[in-house]
Design a protein around this ligand. Structure first.
Ligand SMILES: Nc1ncnc2c1ncn2[C@@H]1O[C@H](COP(=O)(O)OP(=O)(O)OP(=O)(O)O)[C@@H](O)[C@H]1O
Ligand SMILES: [Mg+2]
Length: 266
């Protein structure tokens, strides 16, 4: 595989919910080792695209290729095994478990089945997964929360723990759905530093984010969706200057967190 070969390609992908065309004939490519942002107004279909890439929903039409391999019909579980990991728009940690236990659970994809899911938490508390999870928490500057019950931690810390958990699967493609949403400036900065560090090794990241400051600082490529269609792509600077993109966001340059100027009724 050449360095320029896209790690992820969507070919003419469509998804409808009843009569609602949520993703329509979408073609996109994510370059290997590049941080790419997927942006668009509320309801544009960004999370649905993540759900199609991860196999939560089947596509109605089109193909999804990971490293040139057609994974369109591959189960969600196997896609994780093939190296796709994600964080969710709404935190999906297990609130009653400790930070360490949550991070250890992130390794279950290497061990298929229910036994694999339970083993890291209950059966082998001092195995190498535990040590790997501790090392990841040290690396992320989160080891002080190792024994804390996750549900009691600040939102910004939980978001960063979710990121560490996603990394435990050792992905080659990391999907982040609004990682900075709801974070205060200090929490956003901490998350940004964590992501910069993670990406040093060349991990490919596709991130949905409304905050264009965040996108501009982190990403090299930007893809813009509106009503499930790709309307623009390019560098963050290209996108800021794109008149069509400006038009869908309040008629103003896209420098602030973005909301559609009228309710989405796609
Ligand atoms: N499972 C579902 N069943 C029916 N409609 C859905 C489903 N999931 C999403 N939709 C609809 O698809 C459209 C796109 O939703 P999606 O969550 O992908 O948008 P989004 O771009 O992620 O928006 P936001 O920025 O608000 O997170 C919305 O109109 C939503 O109501
Ligand atoms: Mg969304």
């Amino acid at each position: 595989m050449s360095a320029t070969h896209p790690i992820l390609r969507l070919e003419s992908v469509s998804k409808h919910f009843g009569g609602l065309r949520v993703v329509e004939d979408l073609n996109l490519a994510v370059r290997r080792g590049v941080r790419t942002a997927l942006i668009g107004p509320n309801g544009a279909g960004k999370t649905t695209v993540f759900n199609l890439i991860t196999g939560v929903f089947p596509v109605d039409a089109g193909r999804i290729l990971l490293d040139g391999v057609d994974i369109t019909a591959t189960s969600s579980h196997l896609r994780i095994g093939h190296g796709i990991a994600r964080s969710f728009q709404n935190i999906r940690l297990m609130p009653h478990l400790s930070t360490l236990e949550n991070v250890m659970v992130g390794q279950h994809c290497r061990n298929r089945g229910v036994r694999g899911v339970l083993q890291p938490v209950n059966l082998v508390p001092r195995n190498r997964w535990r040590e790997a999870a501790r090392a990841a928490l040290v690396d992320a500057g989160l080891i002080e929360y190792e024994r804390s019950t996750v549900g009691n931690l600040p939102y910004g810390v939980q978001k960063r723990i979710e990121l560490v958990r996603a990394l435990m699967a050792q992905p080659r493609l990391l999907l982040l759905d609004e990682p900075a949403a709801g974070l205060n400036p200090a929490e956003t900065e901490a998350l940004q530093a964590q992501l910069e560090k993670i990406c040093i090794g060349g991990l490919t990241v596709l991130v949905v984010e409304h905050d264009m400051h965040f996108v501009g600082a982190l990403c090299e490529d930007v893809i813009v969706l509106d009503f499930g269609r790709k309307i623009a792509e390019g560098s963050p600077e290209d996108i800021r200057r794109n008149p069509l993109v400006q038009e869908i966001y309040l008629g103003a340059p896209v420098a602030q967190p973005m909301e559609r100027h009228s309710a989405c009724s796609a």
